[in-house]
Design a protein around this ligand. Structure first.
Ligand SMILES: C[S@@+](CC[C@H](N)C(=O)[O-])C[C@H]1O[C@@H](n2cnc3c(N)ncnc32)[C@H](O)[C@@H]1O
Length: 313
């Protein structure tokens, strides 16, 4: 069959469910993924014809798109920052808002490291004046950062941090063994070394000597009452354990992670959260009686309260 005919079938079959531009993007993502064909192929070879074997995965993807299965689960892959990650229905599909959270941590951490470097090399300079080829103190030893990602899912946060902070020791924790399996594969395919922990954060049993400099979490935060605002493709296909919390106690994970951080975050260590946009002030208030300072709420690119940072006293 002609490729352009298959494109028309995509539009005919999906036209009542998705906008035209989205159907185009599904179609081009499918031909790129299954057939390694660029999206401009139809412009340069309008008569391109596929064999039955080549058509088959496109029609299979079409049937799943009709059921509103997310394209990332159909293709089994997605992008997060500059990473390619494997995803399946055991893990949440990483969201762009979470990229903003990771970028916040990277900006803070990189500027923190250069401050420490310049302070230390300044002091040392007075005494020895020894510099390496980059102008840094040759004897300067900065101990590696220990970072923990709680509720790692696909591993997106932990892997992006490990990739961008190659000197850090990164750990990632999840209650779901199936999610950890996916995260492990993603760590391998992206060439990073991560310590995985299978734990329930609501009842964590971690050695008290394990202390982190940065703890980050995007825990489940969608209330049952918000379910009807959520699109069918999220509700029907993404894992409930990754998404939902009870209406009567929507911040249970935040409370547990703050308590955990009282024990496992170093002095001046930083805690970062992705949060429910409707519960920004309530989440911030959880820190009122806690041993934290400089609580900062931040909005995402859509203008919603989405991130929070706190520093352990
Ligand atoms: C919102 S998803 C975030 C996944 C990933 N970090 C991301 O940003 O895309 C929340 C994750 O928390 C995990 N989770 C749920 N309950 C948990 C618990 N009690 N202890 C540890 N992890 C839990 C889920 O399995 C899921 O992977």
């Amino acid at each position: 069959m002609l490729l352009k005919e298959i494109k028309n079938i995509f539009h005919k079959e999906l036209g009542t469910i998705y906008p035209k531009e989205e159907i185009d993007s599904f179609f081009y993502a499918c031909i790129e993924h299954y057939l390694k064909l660029e999206r401009f192929i139809l412009a340069i070879r309008p008569g391109i014809t596929l064999t039955k074997e080549e058509e088959q995965p496109l029609f299979e993807a079409l049937s799943e798109l009709k059921l509103e299965k997310p394209l990332q689960y159909i293709l089994g892959t997605t992008h997060f920052m500059d990473l390619e990650l494997q995803v399946d229905e055991n893990v949440l599909i990483p969201r762009p808002e979470t990229e903003e959270l990771v970028q916040w941590i990277l900006d803070d951490t990189k500027s923190g490291m250069s401050e420490v470097r310049s302070q230390k090399s300044g002091v040392k300079n007075l005494k020895s004046g020894v510099k390496d080829q980059h102008g840094d103190d040759a004897n300067l030893h900065i101990s590696p950062l220990n970072i923990l990602d709680i509720g790692t899912g696909s591993g997106c946060i932990a892997i992006a941090l490990a990739k961008n902070l190659p000197d850090a020791n990164v750990f990632a924790l999840d209650v779901s063994e199936d999610a950890l399996l996916v995260a492990r594969k993603n760590a391998v395919s992206n060439g990073v070394d991560i310590g995985f922990l299978h734990q329930d954060i609501l009842n964590a049993q971690l050695d008290t000597t394990l202390v982190f400099d940065v703890i980050v979490s995007n825990p489940p935060y969608v209330r049952e009452l918000e379910k009807n605002r959520i699109q069918k493709n999220v509700k029907d296909f993404e894992p409930d354990t990754a998404l939902f919390v009870p209406d009567e106690d929507p911040l249970l994970f935040y409370r547990a992670i703050i308590e955990f951080s009282e024990k496992h975050l170093s002095k001046n260590g930083k805690l970062y959260f992705e949060i429910n946009q409707y519960l920004g002030e309530e989440t911030k208030a959880l820190f009122n009686t806690r041993n934290f300072s400089e609580i900062e709420l931040r909005k995402d690119i859509f203008g919603n309260d989405r991130m929070l940072k706190a520093i352990k006293k």
